[in-house]
Design a protein around this ligand. Structure first.
Ligand SMILES: [Zn+2]
Length: 219
């Protein structure tokens, strides 16, 4: 059973009453932190397997990401300075134009959780892709990044991994990984372009932007 209250909370109950059972969970849509918040400029910390409420936090991050039509979400964006991000490149493939089908090596995409991720190496040619960020709404820019990325990380089953990704998947991973390093996609823009968007960025910090998902603004 799923009850949605005001679009903010989803109470997903697997039994008739939460008082009768123990295996129910409350999944929350968390507010997304806007550009200008110090947490977005902080190098995030590693977490332990016993980080309080980790499984629930990951569920909340999925819910928050999908509710805001994101394809990736990093913990600093929900005001936690920890090395955790989620991404789902399958959403991009599901919405690809006919002419773009077969263009990317990672088709049909993948849904993954990254805990304590560290980039080991980059590979391939740099290519441009139009990026946006839930923390920087209404701004999209072509960003050049390497084709491939190899990372060490811990997955959602707390198993250590070392994997190489390419295509759209590698693109989203690099964007989200940057959040855990206190870096944003606009940092890759030329100084003049950054200067020209200063007004827009300060409007976002002040909350002078219309979004259809829940945000918190530093002001
Ligand atoms: Zn972002």
């Amino acid at each position: 059973m799923t009850i949605t209250q005001g679009g903010t909370f989803n109470f997903q109950l697997s039994c008739p009453s939460p008082y009768l059972c123990t295996n129910f969970s409350i999944i929350m849509i968390l507010p997304i932190v806007a550009y200008g918040a110090p947490v977005l400029r902080t190098v995030a910390k590693d977490i332990d397997a016993d980080y309080p409420g980790l499984a629930a936090l990951i569920e909340d991050m999925w819910e928050t990401m999908y509710a805001s039509n994101g394809v990736g979400l990093a913990a600093p964006q929900i005001n936690r300075d920890i090395r955790l991000f989620v991404m789902d490149s399958a959403q991009i493939f599901a919405n690809l134009d006919e002419e773009d089908k077969g263009r990317y090596p990672d088709d049909p995409g993948i849904k993954l959780v990254f805990i304590n991720a560290y980039v080991k190496s980059f590979g391939g040619e740099e290519w441009a892709y139009n990026e946006g960020c839930l923390s920087i709404p209404k701004i999209r820019e072509d960003i050049h990044r390497p084709e491939e990325v190899t990372l060490t990380y811990v997955d959602e089953n707390l198993q250590p991994q070392e994997k190489t990704f390419n295509g759209i998947t590698a693109r989203i991973i690099q964007h989200e990984y940057d959040h855990t390093e206190g870096k944003l996609f606009i940092d890759y823009l030329k100084p003049l372009k950054r200067k020209l968007m200063k007004g827009k960025l300060s409007d976002i910090t002040k909350g002078k932007v219309k979004v259809d998902y829940k945000m918190t603004f530093p002001k």
